[in-house]
Design a protein around this ligand. Sequence first.
Ligand SMILES: [Zn+2]
Length: 436
Amino acid sequence: MKSFILHNARLIDGSDNEPFLADIFIKNSLIEKVEPKGKTNLSSDIPMFDLKKRTIMPGLIDCHVHLVAPLEANSHEPFWKLNTPPSMKILCAEANALKTLKAGFTTVRNCGGLSTGLPEDIFLRNAINSGYTLGPRILACANGISMTGGHGDRGFPAFLPSHPELGYGDVPADGPTDCRRAVRRKVKAGADFIKTFTTGGASTPGDGPHSVDFTMEELKALVEEAHAHKKKVAVHAVGTQGIRNAVEAGVDTVEHGSFLDRETAEKMKAQGTSLITTLAIYKAIINRGKSYPNQEAIRKARVVSDANSSALALARQVGLNIAMGTDASGSIRNGENASEFVALVEEGLSPREAIGMATANAAKALGLEKSIGTIEPGKKADLIIVNGDPLANISLLTIRTNIRMVIKSGKIVCFRESGENAAVGSDLPKSWINRI
Ligand SMILES: [Zn+2]
């Protein structure tokens, strides 16, 4: 069945439009037409399914995840990275990808695999695209690029050097030539974008949000090389100076952006740089409490979490493109991505604004606004069907049983009739829409 019509759906289309009852025409993998309910005579040969006024939304997009992460809750990640062979890491990433898809996220940007020699996120992306396994559309970076002693090079004790080939630590690069070489290695590996770091962070011992990674010369070489290969650059940047340097070097997305200042925000606006906020992860780190082995991270996360609120307020004032990220890995589990919506609404955003960050804004931040992010003709049919009204209660999206159906590129890939259990597959029978 190449074409079908989703009739009588309450449409949240990902833009500023008011929700309305719509008929959505799907042809092959694309949205062909979106019309107010009943405008077109539906008595044609095309199968039509009545959604009975259920909510339909664009497939969600998380701009910052780490799929190559432990499956067990409360794992200590550095220990897991050291003790897990590369093949097992790919299987964990596959399981995390499926959880993410079942939660309604049809596209994710994986902001750091673990291995450079065996880039898990690239392999997984290719396997999903080839139909060997099931998961969201993945943008992969094949591991990050870090200066020696930078945020990506500090996950392990100093006597145990990072080993990016085996899956612990990011690729070390020192000096502009190294930075260019590292970018070229990523491009050779098949990276969709380049991930790097200009500050420390909460999770790494010995550095902090305000430490500055890389010189301007190094950063400019890295960004220039990436752009020469038409790859966007995503930069972990928490402290003010590191954000400033990243923006000055011309990066495409600032990840976290906690200590953003007005001048830099205005420069981002002028350059079209997007901000990827990650609020919930810092709250989740704080909530890990006294039993968490990394107490230093908890102290730093408290400071960063307060700064995140001010940065978000400033970014909204300046009118930046703000998109949603979760940093899903250990503290926020893959598949619990929607918890970020709740954190955003707690900051005073409307549910519609929060959803916009994970749909239209996210697509724009990733450079995919022509193909995903809103429900309109010509775009990929990435759609989710949801119980209830997330505009009235955003936390509905955090409850898995409310995500009744996930459609990716016009194919039903996940269906929940009731309860937790979901049928998943690369092309489930469309007639199941009748059981919604
Ligand atoms: Zn991250």
